[in-house]
Design a protein around this ligand. Structure first.
Ligand SMILES: Nc1ncnc2c1ncn2[C@@H]1O[C@H](COP(=O)(O)OP(=O)(O)OP(=O)(O)O)[C@@H](O)[C@H]1O
Ligand SMILES: [Mg+2]
Length: 240
């Protein structure tokens, strides 16, 4: 069976010549929960974008054995769902219901199936009662949850989340940890918050300046105080 994600010697520079990723080689097994950690500007968001073909560099990116190309982008994005860094980039319909229905409708599902998917996704993230609300009127934390629902409704096998813990109060952060911890999907979670990462991940990949610095057991990497401080991060409270 092919790996969930296979990245080989991938490099990417933005049009203004910023080298965001250099020679990334990484493979992710099905069911793994991987924390992508690193300081601001390390390349975390860019790597998540590359995993779903939103940026195209040199080298290979394979999703379930399928190398991403322009032709198979639609299929790739039904396998890997990306929760973007800014939830506003994912919410653009007049009603929350329509945003969560957008993916399943696009996949060609029947109206009844779509309704069921939306109801389940909204219930999972605790937003059932806000189904008719305008997404741009949601609070920042509710927008995070809504963006996650737009991905869950497509039932992808792999989910990437870019700083999903941003703007959440402690209760909702804990709820999000519980929610993500209960999902059967392969998860790749980018965050600079080591406490959040430690609560969820079994594996950590440390990125800095576009390169992989460390890759391995989450506890081992995050409890290494020298490594953490060298890269602008901190050891999670529970590991101190
Ligand atoms: N659209 C863009 N155009 C040019 N450079 C960019 C663009 N987006 C990101 N970069 C640059 O690419 C590098 C990696 O950025 P990226 O957003 O991937 O980092 P990050 O690890 O997600 O950081 P953060 O923790 O701040 O979200 C940075 O040097 C950044 O300035
Ligand atoms: Mg980022």
């Amino acid at each position: 069976m092919p790996k969930a994600i296979e990245i080989e010697n991938f490099s990417y520079g933005y049009p203004d010549d910023t080298v965001a990723l250099s020679d990334i080689t990484l493979s992710v097994e099905h069911g793994q929960r991987l924390a992508l950690i690193g300081p601001n500007g390390a390349g975390k968001s860019t790597l998540l974008l590359a995993m779903a073909g939103f940026v195209k560099g040199t080298g290979k990116v394979l999703i379930e054995g399928l190398q991403i190309s322009r032709k198979n982008l639609k299929k790739v994005r039904t396998t890997i769902g990306s929760c973007l860094e800014n939830p506003d980039d994912q919410l653009f319909m007049p009603r929350l219901f329509d945003d969560v229905a957008f993916g399943p409708l696009n996949m060609g599902l029947e109206a009844e199936q779509v309704k069921l998917r939306v109801a389940n996704a909204l219930q999972t993230v605790g937003l059932t009662e806000l189904s008719d609300k305008a997404p741009h009127h949601l609070s920042a934390g509710q927008k995070r949850a809504a963006a996650i629902a737009t991905i869950l409704s497509m039932a992808p096998k792999i989910i990437t989340l870019d700083e999903p813990d941003g703007s959440l109060d402690p209760r909702n952060r804990n709820n999000l940890i519980k929610l993500l911890g209960s999902l059967p999907q392969t998860l790749i979670i980018a965050t600079c918050d080591m406490n959040f990462a430690a609560a969820l991940a079994d594996r950590a990949v440390l990125l800095d300046k576009g390169r992989i610095i460390a890759d391995g057991d989450a506890k081992k990497i995050m409890s290494d105080s020298k490594l953490m401080s060298e890269h602008g991060l901190e050891v999670p409270h529970k590991m101190k």
